[in-house]
Design a binder for this molecule. Sequence first.
Ligand code: SF4
Length: 289
Amino acid sequence: MVVETSTVVYRALSLGAGVQSSVLALLLSRSDPRLAEHGYPKPDIAVFADTGWEPDYVYRHLDWLEQQLDYPLIRVSSGDLKTNLRKARTVSGHRFVDVPLFTVNEDGKKGMLRRQCTSHYKVRPIYRRIRALAGGQRGRPFPTGRHAEMWLGISWDEVERIKPSRERWVEHRWPLVDMRMTRQDCVEWFAAEYPGRVLPRSACVICPYRSDEHWLELKKSEPESYDEAVRFDRWLRHSTKNPVRKLLNGRPYLHAARRPLASAIAERETQGQNGINPFNEECEGHCGV
Ligand code: SF4
């Protein structure tokens, strides 16, 4: 918890490059009066954590966004998810699967791996960089009487996701919550301000943390990336010798139905059944914060 007498020395937007944080980044750049009302000046920086495995349209959106902003946008990375996951390694080299794969054991028992990739690839590198930019030195306590602010793109409809920082050097703030702006408000604002431009959802190509609608979106807008996800899903079960499979008890899947991704999505397309939608939120880098 930040003490009341502490001075803010740095303000950073944690940018997931999804719907909410993109809109927030743009509103901040325009100095929207509603933000000023709630005590949000221009941030010093926006920070995007790159897992190395986002669809190209997310990277294109990020490049476009950078051109729109009148404050710096930087990219940080703690490692390449694609390379690490194929070796079943974490960013620090430990043998571990940190992506939330769905599993089915021999006895039919269903499970899901704990999502730790957000923390490893998004949260930690963003924290590290902001702390350094705000004047913190590695391995040393943050200067007393000073702190940084990290602004997060959680919207009013997701208010239950807000969590105060556990660290004394940084205070979390949620501008969209203060403005009572929902995800739908963000979508509508963007559509009115940038007609015809697509506002993508951000997620790694193989992220199992997706709804059917989101898989279909990937398939339609970037078939090569969808095909890559399908190939990766098959590879997961292809051989018990692959490094991921070796570490797990059950058979791993990318799709929440614990079926091969290609057939689950093909069925959804042809039969138009109600899809599985286990997750509404985007991986905006808030998990574990
Ligand atoms: S988008 Fe999915 S796979 Fe990528 S870091 Fe977030 S939860 Fe993990």
